[in-house]
Design a protein. Structure first.
Length: 65
């Protein structure tokens, strides 16, 4: 019973983290701004950190199953 919410949360976090990293990588490769109105280095770093954080959180949730 407790594994259902952990699987759902893990899948959500992992998919969001992977999508954020993929989107950030595509924006950087095309030399497009990641966030408008913010310095490119700061926005790329923050998006990458949060993408990795969400991936790690998703793996942690899967480990709780």
């Amino acid at each position: 019973m407790e594994s259902g919410p952990a699987v759902l949360a893990g899948a959500t976090f992992a998919l969001f983290g992977a999508a954020l990293l993929l989107w950030t990588g595509a924006r950087v490769l095309n030399r497009a701004p990641v966030v408008y109105g913010v310095r490119p280095l700061v926005s790329t770093a923050l998006a990458t950190v949060f993408g990795v954080l969400f991936l790690v959180l998703g793996v942690w949730c899967f480990g709780r199953v």
